[in-house]
Design a binder for this molecule. Structure first.
Ligand code: GNR
Ligand code: NI
Length: 172
């Protein structure tokens, strides 16, 4: 078990495009275990491998109230998007302290592999649909602030850079 460090915007590694997992083996299962521990510790409702600097298509999600219903998505694909959209106030563990509205499909269908390498499919709406789309964006190297205006994004970038400099000074 290990907590993994989370990359923070505007780290350029967050824009890496993840590769498909070739084989769901013990290495991937260990990554899933560590990612789940990191997500619950944060705490967050999702985490993409990209955020822990592993550029393979692995996601963990838990949107349950009790944080006891782990969903593991390996090589996930969204196979259907509803025409209807919803606006949701999003946050991201890689963009600490920033929350803003993002419009996405209200419902989706998802296909993925589980930790045994078996394919499964599900339908998602509400927070789960938001979260799956947010995490799959991470795997494509996209962070939610890229949906905001260039002005907002610039301000966020400047603010986070300053925060990171201050934190670095504290650490020395
Ligand atoms: O913990 C998280 N909460 C959240 C809230 C609204 C929309 C998306 C999210 S995902 C985020 C965790 C995270 O950064 N995942 O990549
Ligand atoms: Ni995120």
């Amino acid at each position: 078990m290990a907590l993994l460090p989370i990359l923070e915007y505007p780290d350029p590694r967050l824009h890496t495009v993840a590769k498909p997992v070739q084989e769901v083996d013990d290495r991937i299962r260990q990554l899933v275990t560590d990612m789940a521990e990191t997500m619950y510790d944060a705490p967050g409702v999702g985490l993409a491998a990209t955020q822990v600097n592993v550029h393979e298509r692995v996601v963990v999600i838990d949107v349950s109230e009790e944080a006891n219903d782990l969903l593991v998505l390996i090589n996930p694909e969204i196979t259907w998007y509803s025409d209807e959209h919803q606006v949701f106030e999003e946050g991201c563990l890689s963009v600490p302290g920033v929350y803003d509205k993002v419009e996405r499909a209200a419902e989706i269908k998802v296909r993925a592999l589980n930790v045994d390498g078996e394919p499964f499919e599900f339908h998602a709406d509400g927070l789960l649909a938001v979260c799956v789309q947010h995490e799959l964006d991470h795997l494509l190297g996209k962070v939610f602030v890229e949906y905001l205006s260039p002005l907002k994004r610039d301000r966020i970038r400047t603010r986070l850079r300053k925060q990171q400099r201050e934190a670095q000074k504290q650490a020395v």
